[in-house]
Design a protein around this ligand. Structure first.
Ligand SMILES: CC(C)(COP(=O)(O)OP(=O)(O)OC[C@H]1O[C@@H](n2cnc3c(N)ncnc32)[C@H](O)[C@@H]1OP(=O)(O)O)[C@@H](O)C(=O)NCCC(=O)NCCS
Length: 179
């Protein structure tokens, strides 16, 4: 990892999403996915879904990433994550996943799950960094292309895992393997 990447990372902040972020959040969603979320979906997650937790990554006053998670009892689900194409590969995805995991572990999450396109190797690598493993396959899950989804989970999200997150995984350049 080179120095310029570190410098970019150092000025990226992950913070809770606000209503005035929504236009930039939706723009990142639209540029990142072939089947973007429906209009108003982010607004619903932010303002109405009591189980929804939304963060953005901000750099130099601009929104460069978004993550939305759900927490149902002790199960966390990563509903969506995207980084603006101009800012990928700089550790921002890692920083957002780490922030969400730490927050929701404090809220009682013991397990985290997600679905990811079978062909989305970059995202799968990101999730594997955090210890997610494939536990299932949902055939033809994505209606737009008929692509399969891998169901991935990581557990248990206990004190050892939290300590690992807090000791360096929150740094985008962190490389220690999860417990
Ligand atoms: C998936 C996504 C959020 C990753 O965000 P990012 O900020 O680029 O990721 P990071 O820079 O934090 O990289 C985290 C890990 O992802 C993997 N990764 C990142 N870029 C990669 C690439 N070009 N090729 C392979 N793996 C890659 C690596 O494992 C990396 O960890 P490392 O740096 O220790 O090797 C981003 O690529 C994206 O927005 N993609 C489009 C939307 C999407 O697919 N979302 C996931 C839906 S399930």
């Amino acid at each position: 990892m080179n120095l310029s990447t570190h410098q970019v990372n150092l000025i990226t902040t992950v913070r809770p999403m606000r209503v005035d972020d929504l236009p930039q959040v939706q723009a990142i969603d639209e540029i990142s996915f072939s089947n973007p979320w429906p209009k108003n979906a982010y607004r619903f997650e932010l303002l109405e879904n009591l189980n929804g937790y939304c963060w953005v990554a901000e750099a130099d006053g601009h929104i460069v990433g978004v993550i939305v998670c759900w927490l149902i009892l002790d199960e966390m689900h990563i509903a969506t994550i995207a980084v603006h194409p101009d800012h990928r590969g700089q550790g921002i995805g890692k920083k957002m996943v780490s922030t969400a995991l730490v927050a929701l572990i404090y809220h009682g999450a013991l397990l985290a799950t997600l679905e990811v396109r079978a062909g989305n190797i970059v995202a799968q690598n990101l999730y594997r960094y955090f210890g997610f493993e494939q536990v299932g396959l949902r055939k033809r899950y994505y209606k737009d292309t008929g692509e399969d989804a891998l169901l991935m989970t990581v557990e248990p999200l206990g004190s050892d895992y939290l300590a690992w997150l807090n000791s360096g995984a929150a740094n985008p350049w962190g490389s220690a393997s999860h417990p």
